[in-house]
Each structure stands twice: as structure tokens, then as C-alpha cells.
Design a protein around this ligand. Structure first.
Ligand code: ZN
Ligand code: ZN
Length: 135
């Protein structure tokens, strides 16, 4: 990837965030404009395996029309159209996945929906780093 990637929703330049903690490395792109995030599909699966859901927070999810808009992958050149898929924990959450680099785009509200957890979960081991993902 050459130039700084820009947000597939609002075109703001994405900020790179590297988190390196033992057992909890995460490399992602964050949009300061809409709070969307782009991360590897394998990292998303790791997050989901570590944290068990208690409650899904759905208020901030973009409306259905916005969710169905095809987005271009922020890191592939040229931008690869991303595929829509429903999150396995809540079919109202629609995520975008790049078929080329296997990156996943999460809208701001989507990440909250997937990661909303009870406090005790956060106190356990490597789940610590989720705190820094939730603002
Ligand atoms: Zn954005
Ligand atoms: Zn891609």
C-alpha cells in the first residue's frame, strides 16, 4: 500500500494504530471522521473468540441503506469492491470484507455492537486491549 488509505465511507485519511501487548497484537486503521475501522479478518475472529457477548449495542449502527452501499477496500490498489456479510452474532450487523486482502471494514457502531461486553470480561488477561478500542 502506497498512499495513506482513506475512509471508504467519508474519505477522511485513516490513522494507523498498532497495539503491541504480549498475546494481544493488533494492527488496524481507524477513521477519525466516522470512527470506522479496518482490520484483518483473522484479528476480528481473534477478538470474537476472546470476548463472549453479553449484550449487543445496536443504536449506532448505520441505517440499512448505508449498510448496503458497496464500499471500496481502503488498502488495495485499485480499490477492491468489498463483499457484504452479516455478522454471525447479529444479522442486523452488516460488515464489509475485501476478497483480495481479507481485511474487514467495521463502521463505528458495528464495532461497539460486536464488542459490547460486561466489565468482568475485560478484567481477564488479553481482553485488556479491547478497552483501548472502545472509546
Ligand atoms: Zn470515515
Ligand atoms: Zn483489500
Amino acid at each position: 500500500m502506497g498512499l495513506t488509505p482513506s475512509c471508504p465511507r467519508c474519505r477522511t485519511s485513516l490513522d494507523r494504530r498498532n497495539q503491541n501487548e504480549p498475546g494481544a497484537e493488533l494492527d488496524s486503521w481507524i477513521c477519525p471522521g466516522c470512527d470506522g475501522r479496518f482490520l484483518a479478518e483473522s484479528d476480528l475472529q481473534r477478538i470474537e473468540e476472546t470476548v463472549e457477548p453479553v449484550v449487543l449495542e445496536l443504536r449506532r449502527i448505520p441505517d440499512a441503506e448505508d449498510q448496503q452501499r458497496i464500499l471500496g477496500c481502503p488498502v488495495c490498489e485499485p480499490a477492491e469492491p468489498m463483499e457484504k456479510f452479516e455478522h454471525h452474532r447479529d444479522h442486523r450487523v452488516v460488515l464489509d470484507r475485501c476478497p483480495s486482502c481479507r481485511g474487514v471494514w467495521l463502521d463505528g457502531g458495528e464495532l461497539t455492537a460486536i464488542q459490547q461486553e460486561s466489565l468482568p470480561v475485560f478484567l481477564v488477561g488479553s481482553a485488556r486491549y479491547f478497552l483501548s478500542l472502545l472509546k
